[in-house]
Structures are given as structure tokens and as C-alpha cells.
Design a protein around this ligand. Structure first.
Ligand code: SF4
Length: 662
């Protein structure tokens, strides 16, 4: 889509049915063995094996573990003809053992493997960035004629596969990956959401011409902003070109492990699910594939009853560009808003008394020997004390916030958090910073008028009880934009979830879904009253996790980088080393390097492309051999794996990016 057309269409967004009423996007049904996808079928959860595809029994047994954990499609890599052929043995053995879950062959670079696999399994996944192209990282000037020649070349290579899929009733995913776009797409569109969409459409148009529609589409990226924009743009483009509403497979690539992987996946996948997009999800974690299923299920099950949520006033005009990141234009209030990074506020209001040690949970540690406070990269910026007094002098990096009545007695020590009646009834406030807690229903009449005229330093703390939380908060922020209210916004969410993983996923979706669109100048996570703490230690543990989660969400939404970012592939049958072990080893030595992005990739075939915008790459290039990258440039080939982490650190040091751990 040309930029001008896009600009005209921003206000006529078509990427979802409604930004306020939850409705799943209506898609065509695609038949994949006995488990159809899209249409009225539930949102499916799937994953990929990590064992060598030539290890038939190993792959079968891992597939069974995945299926028993809830996997509805099992994807298996087929890098060459021999693996594609072995899919037959794997399928036979699985069926013999009573498992009928559809199998998906994952193909990169090898059309002949795809053609063979399409005769054996229920679905093939091709990557349009490398199906007919070898990536040379070249920038090429195309004329209309030479570009068309390229498209003709793709058609010639791709048509045989489509014919086989039609004949055998095999489905196909055209799965674009931000990190592995072809040189042709990169030269014309760059590695943008436009380029990603066009990359899939080049192949989709051929399928449509051949009257083949058993297609699923995906637009994966490890950058959550790019990923969300690309899926939205894809849907918009399908609508505009009058193409069929093909189902979407959602995923964030190389999301990583543990809580980072879960938070990042939820920010990307959850944001789209909120708008009714997505028919199947794959959460890519650098863990055993069966660990991905409960995460995917928690993400999708959240929407089972969502259509019954309380209603929200519809959005007629979309006041922001949903296809590009642009931070909401706010004025600066102390260190909130404008160009300041989003702030984190911890909620200590339920603790009845404080000791200096308690603040360690939110990144502020008192060092008695030095009589000083130390602050970690995850030191909260503010702490809400509720009705409690400020117990002692706080460290420089931490500011106290109290309820309005309490603040009136301790004005010099803290800032007030006011209710709407406080704000409307009193006139005594801080001349530096005040917080006003409000929800969408408050925003009208006198309050709206006062906020429009507000000249004093206020930050709005926005909250909601609506189950359709993110869209209601988005509606609130859109109302602020429409009414030209430029006060910064701190997103406040309360959760009753006792399951920490569910809490992580929901908070990442609700808060990340706003940050990813440039809305939100801070975050606060509170335990709801339904959460009962057995003792003080469990309460402090909760506050510690809430603080880490808030920083994790800001990082995953790419709005505040406070730790090293690991872009590690989930591993598959091509992987040349133990990814989990290696990632843990690299993390142990480098997790203090704030803001550096390290790609850890299992193979040289796809790894370099899929590392996307990593600053350094650690890529398996042979048995016991690692190739090290600086950005996209190879700097050391075939390094023995026992020495590779040291060499990676040497490289970071050479670039002046190393700091010693404190
Ligand atoms: S980068 Fe990792 S997941 Fe991707 S193909 Fe290579 S080993 Fe498999």
C-alpha cells in the first residue's frame, strides 16, 4: 500500500470489526486433516518439535508429549528431501499409536522438500522470504520489468507446490518472518510491515490465481511493535484488495525463555487477540515444546466469554496510526510523559508498616556499611503508600505517593493520588506532581472540562473494571486525544489471578497492548482484594514479581530497555546445540548488559536471518561449531563451542559495550 493511500485509510481502519466490542474476525475455514482452522472453530494452539526429524521415534515421542499437553497441530522441520521423506514414517508411527493430530512440514529454501512433504502431511509451511530465494543481503535496484521477472521466477518455482496441495487436499501456511525477507522485498520496501505483507501477498496472489484457498497467513517478528503492525496491515490489505479473509496464525519469533518469553509473546499475541484477530497461536519459547501449550491455552481461553463484556462507546474515528509506532503527544509533568521513558509505580498500600529491607523487592537496597541506597536496573520510580506515612527518607531514585488525605499531612515528603471527588472539590495540591485516578465513565461533564483547561502538573492514573480491559483503556486514551488533553497517563491494573503465569500473560496483554501503540507513560500493577497473602514474605514476593513484570512489559513493548534482550530461537530439528543450556550460559554472563540484544540461533541456515535486529549473534554452524556475528556481519567463523561464549564477550568488549557486573 502506498503511503498516501495508507494515510487516507487510517481513519477507515478495516483491520478489525470493532475497537470496542469484542468480536472474533470472520475467516474462511481451512481444512487441516481432522482439525479445521478458522471459521467458527476455536482458536487452535500448536507447536513445533525440536528433535532431529531423522530420529523417527524421538520425534514421535516428543509429538505425543506435545499432543497430550494440548497441541492441536504438530509442526516438524523438513530441511531437505530426506527429512521430508521421513515424515511418512513419523506420521505412520503416530497414527499406529492412536494419535491423529495433523502434521505440518516446516520448509525453508527447499521447494523439492515442500513438494514431497505436501504429498505426505496435512499442511506445509513455507517462508516466502526464502522459498525461491537465497538471501545475499544485497540491495538491488529494480525496474518494473526486472521486478516482474522476479515475480515470474517465483511463480514458476511455486506453482508445482500449489498444484500438489490442491491435488492432495493439503493446506499451506504462507509464513512471513520479519528477519528473513528476500533481498527483493528488502530492496523495495525495507524490513517494514509493508514489506512483510507484500512478501506474503506475492505468493498469495499466485494461490488465488490458481483457485487454491486452503491458506493460513502469518507475519511473525521478534519486535512486538512490528509484528502487531504487520498483522493489522495484512488484514487491512486483504480487505482492500478483496482477497478472502484467510485465517491468521499468530506468533512472536524468538521470544526467548521463562518470563521474558511469556511476557513478549503475550504483548504481541494478546494485543491482536484483543481485537479479535487470530485463529491459531504458537508461543515460541526456548523451552521444551510441551511447555508452550499451557501458555497458548491461557492466552486464547481468556476470550471464551469475552463477547459478553460490558459495552464501551464505539470509536468512530481512529485518532492514531495503527500501522506505525507513534507515541501519544503529551506534555512533560515532572519525569512523566513527553520524551521520558514510561515510569513504574509499585503499590505498597496494602503493607501496614515498612522496613528498609522491604524496598529491595522493588530494586532499592539499603547498604548499611555505606549508609547508602543502591538501585538495580529494575528500581521502581514511584511507590504508592496509600494511607501509610512515609516511614523514612527514601533513596533519590524513588518517590513516594500517598492518598490525598494522608498527603495533606506530609506534603513535603510525597505526591498525592486523588480521586475524582478530591480533584473536583479541593484546591490544595502539589505544585510539582499530582496523580488523579479515573476510569472511562468519569470522563465527562465538569471533569472533562477541567482536564481540558488543566495547567497544573497532573498525571492521570487510568483504570477499568471492564473485562474488555485494554480496549476500554484505549477508548479512554482516545477520548483524551479527541478532547486535546495532553496529560500523561499511568496505566493501573489490578489482578485477582492466583496463577502467576496467567497474571503475567494478562497484564502483558492489557498494558503492552497500549504501550505498543505509544499510549501510556507508566504502569502500576496491584493485587486485587481477592488475593490473600499468607504472610508478609509472600506479599513482598508478590510485589517483587509485580515490579519485575512491569519492567518486563515495558521492555517487551520496546518502550524502556532495562535489561539485555535475548532473541533466542525456539529450536527445531535443525538445531546444532542445546539451546536451553547455551541460552542459560550466555544469560548468566551477560544479563547485566542493559539494552544489548543478543541473538542465539540454533542453525546457520535460518538463524542469521531470524536474529532480526540483534546487536550480536551466536549461531550454530556445524557440530560443536559456532559462528559469531556483529549485527548481520560475520566476525568469527567455526569457533569451538567451548570457547564461543568467551569469544562473544571479547567481541562485546572490543566494541566498548562491555561493563563489569556490580
Ligand atoms: S534458527 Fe533455530 S528454530 Fe530456526 S530453523 Fe534454525 S534451529 Fe530451527
Amino acid at each position: 500500500m502506498e503511503a498516501t493511500t495508507l494515510a487516507q485509510n487510517i481513519h477507515n481502519f478495516k483491520y478489525c470489526q470493532s475497537l470496542t466490542q469484542y468480536q472474533r474476525r470472520k475467516t474462511i475455514e481451512v481444512k487441516i486433516g481432522d482439525v479445521p482452522l478458522g471459521g467458527d472453530n476455536p482458536i487452535r494452539v500448536q507447536s513445533m518439535t525440536t528433535i532431529d526429524t531423522m530420529d523417527t521415534i524421538g520425534t514421535v515421542e516428543q509429538s505425543i508429549r506435545m499432543i497430550e499437553a494440548g497441541c492441536e497441530y504438530v509442526r516438524i522441520t523438513a530441511p531437505s528431501l530426506k527429512e521430508a521423506q521421513n515424515l511418512e514414517n513419523i506420521k505412520k508411527e503416530l497414527r499406529l499409536r492412536g494419535y491423529h493430530t495433523p502434521i505440518v512440514a516446516d520448509i525453508h529454501f527447499t521447494p523439492n522438500a515442500a513438494e514431497l512433504a505436501a504429498k505426505i502431511v496435512e499442511k506445509v509451511r513455507i517462508n516466502p522470504g526464502n522459498y525461491a530465494d537465497k538471501k545475499r543481503f544485497e540491495l538491488i535496484e529494480y525496474t518494473e520489468a526486472t521486478y516482474q521477472e522476479e515475480l515470474d521466477r517465483i511463480r514458476e518455482k511455486f506453482e508445482p507446490l500449489v498444484k500438489i496441495c490442491k491435488e492432495y487436499g493439503t493446506a499451506m501456511r504462507i509464513g512471513t518472518n520479519h528477519g528473513s525477507l528476500s533481498d527483493r522485498i528488502m530492496s523495495r520496501y525495507g524490513d517494514t510491515p509493508f514489506g512483510m505483507v507484500e512478501s506474503a501477498l506475492e505468493f498469495l496472489r499466485i494461490c488465488e490465481d490458481m483457485n487454491y484457498h486452503q491458506i493460513v497467513l502469518s507475519m511473525k517478528a521478534s519486535n512486538t511493535q512490528i509484528m502487531v503492525q504487520a498483522y493489522r496491515l495484512l488484514v487491512q490489505k486483504l480487505e482492500e484488495e478483496g482477497l478472502k479473509p484467510y485465517p491468521l496464525h499468530l506468533g512472536v519469533t524468538e521470544a526467548g525463555e521463562a518470563e521474558d518469553g511469556r511476557i513478549k509473546s503475550a504483548v504481541g499475541i494478546g494485543t491482536l487477540l484483543e481485537d479479535g484477530l487470530g485463529d491459531t497461536v504458537r508461543v515460541s519459547l526456548t523451552e521444551d515444546p510441551e511447555a508452550e501449550m499451557p501458555v497458548g491455552q491461557k492466552l486464547v481461553n481468556r476470550y471464551l466469554n469475552r463477547p459478553n463484556h460490558a459495552s464501551i462507546t464505539e470509536i468512530e474515528q481512529f485518532p492514531k496510526n495503527p500501522f506505525d509506532y507513534e507515541r501519544r503527544n503529551t506534555r512533560e509533568v515532572l519525569n512523566f510523559g513527553k520524551d521520558n521513558v514510561p515510569r513504574v509505580m509499585a503499590d505498597f498500600s496494602r503493607l501496614s508498616s515498612y522496613q528498609v529491607e522491604d524496598f529491595k523487592a522493588i530494586g532499592h537496597t539499603y547498604l548499611p556499611a555505606l549508609d547508602k541506597w543502591g538501585m538495580s536496573d529494575h528500581g521502581a520510580d514511584y511507590v504508592y503508600l496509600g494511607e501509610n506515612p512515609v516511614p523514612f527518607m527514601f533513596p533519590n531514585g524513588l518517590k513516594a505517593v500517598q492518598s490525598y488525605d494522608t498527603w495533606l499531612e506530609e506534603k513535603d515528603e510525597s505526591y498525592p493520588l486523588c480521586s475524582v471527588p478530591d480533584y473536583l472539590s479541593y484546591d490544595k495540591f502539589s505544585d510539582k506532581l499530582n496523580f488523579l485516578s479515573l476510569s472511562l465513565k468519569d470522563l465527562g461533564g465538569k471533569l472533562l472540562k477541567n482536564l481540558q483547561e488543566e495547567k497544573d502538573p497532573w498525571v492521570l492514573v487510568i483504570k477499568t473494571d471492564n473485562e474488555h480491559a485494554m480496549p476500554e483503556l484505549r477508548r479512554l486514551i482516545f477520548s483524551l486525544i479527541e478532547n486535546k488533553i495532553r496529560l500523561p497517563v499511568l496505566i493501573h491494573r489490578e489482578y485477582a489471578e492466583a496463577d502467576p503465569e496467567q497474571w503475567q500473560l494478562f497484564a502483558s496483554t492489557d498494558i503492552g497492548g497500549l504501550l505498543i501503540d505509544g499510549m501510556g507513560d507508566g504502569a502500576m500493577l496491584s493485587p486485587s482484594n481477592e488475593i490473600v497473602f499468607v504472610n508478609r514474605d509472600s506479599e513482598l514476593e508478590y510485589l517483587k514479581q509485580a515490579n519485575a513484570l512491569a519492567f518486563g512489559i515495558l521492555q517487551a513493548a520496546r518502550t524502556r530497555m532495562t535489561k539485555t534482550e535475548y532473541i533466542s530461537c525456539p529450536s527445531c530439528g535443525r538445531t546444532l546445540f542445546d539451546l536451553q543450556e547455551t541460552t542459560a550460559m550466555i544469560r548468566k554472563r551477560t544479563d547485566h548488559l542493559k539494552g544489548i540484544k543478543i541473538g542465539i540461533m540454533g542453525c546457520i541456515v535460518n538463524g542469521p536471518g531470524e536474529m532480526a535486529d540483534a546487536d550480536y549473534g551466536y549461531v550454530g554452524s556445524g557440530k560443536g561449531k559456532i559462528t559469531l556475528y556483529r549485527g548481520k556481519e560475520v566476525v568469527k567463523r567455526a569457533v569451538a563451542s567451548e570457547k564461543a561464549v568467551d569469544k562473544l564477550i571479547d567481541l562485546i568488549k572490543e566494541d566498548g559495550n562491555w561493563i563489569e557486573r556490580e
